[in-house]
Write a protein that binds this ligand. Structure first.
Ligand code: IVH
Length: 705
């Protein structure tokens, strides 16, 4: 088990000894999770939790470069399990199905297709019903009756080539059992593992001390995607054919007829398929299949209905990614009762704190569930969910299990209402809920305020920091920053400006890293240096404070002019009774939300220490306010409309603002100038009606120089 004691300490407060110790624990933990993940399709922690471990490791390495271990996980990128298989573009896309959740949805489906086809009331419509198999869909391409390619669904347009593995499966014929096969025929259907086979496989794996699969579906997926086809061959995978893709000829004019032909060709088809002409008998077939569900040797999650006549299927066609002629009638979500052992708080990339229920593991619909989503703080208090409670959970398909009910009678006497933390578990900063300025309502999400230091948010923050409107460092974009973070080269903005000095002393020189060379590194350091002198508004924007966008950052820079004045004002403004706070919210264009976000950001010691380290590396240029009297447009309100040909819209806007003008999006009596390019419409019309000054782009340029 990972040692959590150090993991609770913010990275910038770790001692050398603690950091060294934790790096060792992290290296071992991450290696173990890599083995789980790549070895047998059965990760034991969520992707988010895994990413958090890697981020924490990178953050510690960035602060303690001398402690980077020889076996650091940062140098190891786990071999992706996919990517070993070639890509196959499906000639006919592999679609998904729309869902029906109750009888009415089925009636609506039939009504809809009758209307679409313009059938009169006594025209019968034959519809087939068959189990929806919970496996993996696959496309088997036969040319002249010989299996030439097998491909997974992938994203529906492009899948993976698993031909070698599929050839090994006993249940799939390598040759169609017919004397006169079509030139090309793609059989589509589901690969699955039977429940008894699944249990036997897991018993075998367990005996070998290997990791077991969570459910038959995962076992089927893991077995099919083995690098060694011999292993796939040893796994008892089965197949049902139920549809087709590209076909040079179709052997019947009905769905059920084609499936019958599949059977004649030696392709396994599901025995529970039947055809009906009324909604009532269709629903009766659904209930029959639902009843036989526990006795079937494979997992199913619903019943699929398909219009039987192929000419009608053709006319009905597709809507977005699903056919109009078929629908999946899902079985209701399965429920189970278990104990809520703990509530874990995960920190997302934007600092959002998300509660996750840690459950006593319980089997729901054949899957062992140990986590459930709790959505947010309000949901927990609304349902009064407490640690130690007995809860009813439900799971439907692939969605994350949810808590539907708390059985309060079973609540332990000692239980207390859950108190949502107001401290970020990833970095120890305060976590707060914003208030919506207009509605006065609290945001449902509580967020970590440790933007610059929180390892859970660091990469996003760094990407923002180097973005175009912020530091805009040539050669250091989102991709490079993310890689540098992963490699432990930078964790906080200040690290960008100490990179060169640290690199000179490092054993992992950047010039030796993949994709870099001496020249490109030299250029990078030069462009970083070029940004050591930075305009105030870029610095403010670059900090990535919530609700402080480019415009707000400019307004702030304009108002406070220099970094020390700004820094002092937002620090003092934390006191809502202060003049500093009143001055801040009085700035035209700055609302309470942005003001609150600002003062709270600067009230976090974690943030201010990161900022002060950064500013220590910089020369912050004072805001260069144009003298009001100097420009012909200062204090004027201007509106740009239509297409500008010489300036981009944002450039024109920035220029106007630099010259002291206010740029507005709508035309009114207060507008001083409307700059209209080709294609200008209603705004130009309104300007003319109001008799305003309308300029062409050239006239505007002539005026402002
Ligand atoms: S028909 C064009 N029939 O369900 C429609 N699909 O949710 C082709 N599935 O990707 C699909 N059993 O993997 C069809 N009897 C069945 C099915 C079935 C399982 C899967 C299939 C598809 C998914 C759509």
């Amino acid at each position: 088990m990972p040692k959590t004691s150090e993991r609770e300490i913010a990275v910038d407060q770790l001692t050398d000894a603690e950091a060294a110790n934790e790096l060792a624990v992290l290296a071992a933990d991450i290696a173990e999770h890599d083995a789980h993940y790549h070895g047998n399709d059965a990760p034991v922690i969520s992707d988010a939790a895994y990413d958090a471990l890697r981020r924490r490791n990178a953050a510690i390495e960035a602060r303690f470069p001398s402690l980077v271990r020889a076996d650091t996980p940062s140098n190891r990128v786990g071999a992706a399990p996919s990517g070993n298989f070639g890509k196959v573009t499906h000639a006919v896309p592999m679609l998904s199905l729309g869902n029906a959740f109750n009888d009415q949805d089925v009636t609506d489906f039939i009504d809809r297709l009758r209307r679409f086809l313009g059938l009169d009331d006594n025209e019968p419509v034959a519809v087939s019903a068959e189990p929806k198999i919970d496996g993996l869909s696959i496309s088997l391409r036969y040319e002249e009756g010989v299996l030439v390619q097998a491909a997974t669904r992938g994203d529906g347009a492009e899948g993976e080539d698993v031909t070698r593995n599929v050839r090994m499966l006993g249940g799939i014929p390598n040759k169609l059992g017919t004397q006169s096969p079509p030139a090309v025929f793609e059989v589509r259907g589901e690969i699955y593992m039977g429940r008894a086979d699944f249990a036997a496989l897991n018993a075998r794996l367990e005996a070998q001390d290997a990791k077991v699969f969570a459910n038959p579906r995962n076992a089927a997926a893991g077995s099919l995607r083995q690098k060694d086809p011999a292993i796939t061959a040893s796994r008892p995978l089965k197949f049902f054919g139920y549809a087709w893709g590209e076909a040079s000829e179709v052997p019947s004019d009905t769905q059920s007829g084609v499936v019958q032909t599949f059977a004649d060709w030696g392709i396994p088809v599901n025995p529970l398929m039947s055809t009906h002409e009324s909604v009532d008998t269709l629903l009766a077939a659904y209930r029959d299949i639902e009843q036989s569900r526990p006795t079937l040797d494979y997992d199913i999650d619903g019943v699929v209905y398909k219009v039987d006549r192929l000419d009608w299927q053709e006319r009905l066609g597709f809507r977005s990614r699903a056919p109009r002629w078929a629908i999946a009638h899902k079985f209701p979500a399965e429920k189970a009762t278990t104990i809520l052992n703990d509530i874990e708080i995960q920190v997302g990339r934007t600092g959002a704190l998300t509660p996750v229920a840690k459950l006593e593991p319980v089997t729901v619909g054949g899957v062992v569930v140990s986590n459930a989503t709790l959505h947010n703080e309000d949901e927990i208090s609304r349902k009064d969910i407490r640690i130690g409670d007995t809860v009813v959970i439900q799971r439907a398909g692939d969605v994350i299990p949810q808590i539907v009910e708390v059985i309060t009678e079973k609540r332990p006497k000692s239980s207390k209402p859950y108190k949502f933390p107001d401290i970020c578990p990833a970095c120890g900063s305060h976590a707060v809920r914003d208030t919506d300025e207009k509605t006065g309502k609290q945001d449902v999400v509580r967020r970590c305020t440790g933007g610059l230091v929180c390892p859970a948010q660091a990469v996003q923050r760094l990407k923002h920091f180097v973005s175009r409107d912020a530091f805009d460092i040539e050669g250091l974009g989102a991709k490079q920053v993310a890689a540098f973070y992963e490699e432990g080269r930078i964790a906080r903005p200040a690290d960008i400006f100490t990179l060169e000095a640290r690199d000179a002393r490092s054993i992992k020189r950047l010039k030796d890293a993949e994709g870099w060379g001496a020249t490109s590194v030299k250029n990078l350091f030069a462009s970083i240096d070029a940004r050591r002198t930075i305009e105030l508004h870029r610095l403010i924007y670059g900090l990535g404070i919530r609700h402080v966008g480019v415009t707000t950052a400019r307004l702030l820079a304009k108002t406070y002019s220099t970094w020390p004045v700004f820094r002092e004002a937002v620090t003092a403004g934390y006191d809502r009774e202060s003049d500093a706070w009143r001055d801040l919210v009085d700035i035209d264009g700055i609302g309470e939300t942005a003001a609150a976000a600002l003062v709270e950001f600067f009230a976090e010691v974690h943030n201010t220490s990161a900022i002060d380290d950064l500013v220590g590396e910089l020369t912050v240029a004072d805001y260069d306010a144009p003298e009001a009297a100097d420009t012909p447009v200062s204090g004027k309100t201007v509106v740009f409309t239509g297409t500008l040909e010489k300036l981009s819209r944002s450039e024109a806007k920035a220029q106007a603002e630099r010259l002291g003008a206010k740029v507005s999006g709508s035309v009114s009596k207060k507008t001083d100038y409307v700059i209209a390019g080709p294609g200008a419409g209603s705004k130009l019309k309104k300007a003319e009606e109001l008799g305003l000054n309308v300029l062409t782009e050239d006239e505007w340029i002539a005026m402002v120089g």
